[in-house]
Design a protein around this ligand. Sequence first.
Ligand code: GUN
Ligand code: FE
Length: 423
Amino acid sequence: MDARMIFGNFIQSQDQNALAFYPQHYLLVEDGRCRGFYPTLPESLCQLPVDHFGDRLILPGMTDLHLHAPQFSFRGMGMDMELMDWLNRYTFPEEMRYQDLTYAELAYRSFARHLRISPTTRASVFATIHVPATELLMRQLEESGLVTYVGKVNMDRNCPDGLREESVETALAETERWIVDTQSRFPHTKPILTPRFVPTCSDELLRGLKTLQTRYQLPVQSHLSENIAEIQTVRRLCPESEFYGDAYDRVGLFGGDHACIMAHCVHSCDEELARIRQNGVFIAHSPESNMNLASGIAPATRYLEMGLHVGLATDVAGGSHESMFRAVMHAIQASKLRWRLLDETVQPLSLDQAFYLATAGGGAFFGKVGKFDPGYEFDAVVVDDESLDHPQALGLRDRLERAMYLADDRNMYAKYVAGNRLF
Ligand code: GUN
Ligand code: FE
């Protein structure tokens, strides 16, 4: 058995509304799982090796519940349009390039390198429709040491020729080949079924994907109720659906018998939220993307209070940056503007709540992830905030808050994923 002690200032969520602090504590980690905190080193365990992090902050690794690997190449560009025009003008042309494996190799290597040194330890990632490039991405993410789901994207309508599945049959055959190829090839990188969203997926394609979902027991990810024009398009394309999410649910791709992530849910109606709750769907709240694409701002506090599963996401390249610390900051800032300008009945997110979304909230999609409680997988980021100097004495809460606003790659001192130290 591999057992060791980790020493430093631990911070985690006690529950979705409160942080818990363990200053200068020891955490026992056995075979990659947390086994309990100790304020002092017990005599019986003093022979164990100790990873000593002194006065640094040790936080649960963060889960990015939704981002697009092929869009990393144009992060920080093209933020002057709303969703549907943005997809057609910037996103689809860029995603077409992943037909070319040389380009994919360069782009995905850069993506994996950045994600590896970010606060993210787990992620659910969209690739493109291209199977060879998607497999290449999976290899690179496996080498990064992160734990991820990766989806070959499916789309067969309302998209350019170079990015449309040849036919439903071909799409399903290629998707099945990809699943069989990758389902047990990588210990840390697994396939997730990824219909892009209803506007680009025919009913026939969605029904075929449900067959594969059942056959291979896969999780599912997609987009939902992000933008008003998008919702109107779905209403036109699926007049029989009660609401947008119902178009997925009718074909069995909306949780219930499988794990499911829906990104955004900015404009979900009460009926849609009731179905999300009933089916245990995870909402990936993507605040920076909500702002960049002028989609609106999802009422994340309300979703938490309703007891829905909610996590945080960068949605690169709707979001410009892969840092989940920035996503925490953006979630708080966006929720304040929403509260002040739109709806004072939904309170802004507190630091405690936003931190919960980024750690335990999204981590739950991966099992016992996002906390240091006994039985949880040991995912951690160690932040060295010494360079963020200050004249006054600061407690751990203040240091955590400013790390969310100020820390970047240079402050990332160490990282563990499922007990493995990456750096
Ligand atoms: N909806 C469908 N595709 C996308 C995408 O690539 N990004 C975002 N933000 N929304 C989408
Ligand atoms: Fe997205």
